[in-house]
Design a protein. Structure first.
Length: 53
């Protein structure tokens, strides 16, 4: 379980890590649409976050 916080608006959520992705340089976590929607509108696509475990 990790806590993910959106740096732009301070919203955070807790989620379970299921696999080892993402495999794109510069990205640290790939969230499900449901989890992402707790942090920002889905239309934003990619956001800056901090992760705590």
């Amino acid at each position: 379980m990790v806590k993910v916080t959106n740096l732009a608006n301070g919203k955070s959520t807790t989620c379970r890590v299921n696999d080892r992705g993402p495999y794109i340089d510069g990205r640290i976590i790939d969230l499900s649409p449901h989890t992402f929607s707790h942090l920002a509108p889905l239309e934003e696509g990619v956001i800056r976050v901090v992760i705590q475990w």
